[in-house]
Design a protein around this ligand. Structure first.
Ligand SMILES: Nc1ncnc2c1ncn2[C@@H]1O[C@H](COP(=O)(O)OP(=O)(O)OP(=O)(O)O)[C@@H](O)[C@H]1O
Ligand SMILES: [Mg+2]
Length: 219
């Protein structure tokens, strides 16, 4: 089973947007997908509540109460983390996933918070051993904005303390399309392509990375 954790301790960075869109992507491919909502705010569970019955199904799991079980024969579990996860809670989340996707907004406050969070991730044994693979995504980017340029420069150069790169795997733009799709319980891949073609294109490097061995821990 593929386990993908969407995590950044910073609130509002796009975790739920990315987790729900990823779940929709895998469901559309025909995979048996669970969306595990670790956030008591329940935002990804809300999204799933509005998902039309005629769309590829996604199993919703409310994981915020602690122990949760993944159904057997699942192909993919996408885990939507809450904001502000640190310490033991962070270690427990990271331990259960093969891949961590970290969205970062191109704002000075978010960049500083991301730098601190990477330092915290470095302290985790699972990260240090390479038992989980990390990738970063810029979310809500604007073409050539100063914040984006500074963030790209940081993400291109940052390394983990174990010497591994922390690959920067893609850039998503800010787009009303995400809100329109989310309102209907859909991913960006599931709505009229005329409006969303550019957003779908921006997802491709992220999906390629996630589907590749580079996003999987060595056996
Ligand atoms: N690429 C995007 N384009 C437009 N709006 C976006 C995009 N990404 C996120 N948003 C909007 O920004 C807000 C925060 O996004 P989201 O809820 O995905 O972040 P989060 O990291 O899950 O937040 P929290 O930390 O509260 O769980 C939401 O209103 C969402 O619709
Ligand atoms: Mg969220």
């Amino acid at each position: 089973m593929r386990t993908i954790l969407v995590l950044n301790s910073k609130g509002g960075s796009g975790k739920t947007t990315i987790a729900t869109n990823l779940a929709a992507h895998y469901a559309k491919r025909g995979d048996k997908v669970a969306l595990v909502d670790m956030d008591p705010q329940g935002s990804s569970s809300d999204w799933l509540y509005f998902r039309p019955e005629d769309r590829p199904p996604i199993i919703g799991i409310e994981g915020w109460n602690g122990a949760y079980r993944l159904p057997r024969s699942l192909d993919v579990a996408v885990i939507d983390a809450p904001a502000g996860v640190h310490g033991d809670e962070l270690a427990a989340l990271v331990k259960r996933a093969q891949t961590l996707l970290m969205p970062v907004l191109p704002s000075p406050i978010d960049i500083r918070a991301a730098e601190r969070f990477v330092e915290e991730l470095n302290l985790l044994p699972a990260v240090n051993r390479g038992a989980i693979r990390l990738g970063t995504v810029i979310n809500r980017a604007r073409e050539n904005s100063p914040g984006r340029i500074i963030l790209e420069d940081y993400l291109r150069h940052v390394r983990l303390e174990n010497g591994r790169r922390l690959p920067y795997v893609g850039v998503l733009r800010g787009s009303q399309n995400y809100l329109n799709a989310a309102e209907r319980g859909l991913g960006i891949f599931e709505v009229a392509p005329s409006a969303t073609a550019h957003d779908v294109e921006l997802w491709q490097p992220i999906l390629r990375w996630l589907h590749s061995k580079r996003a999987l821990p060595a056996k």
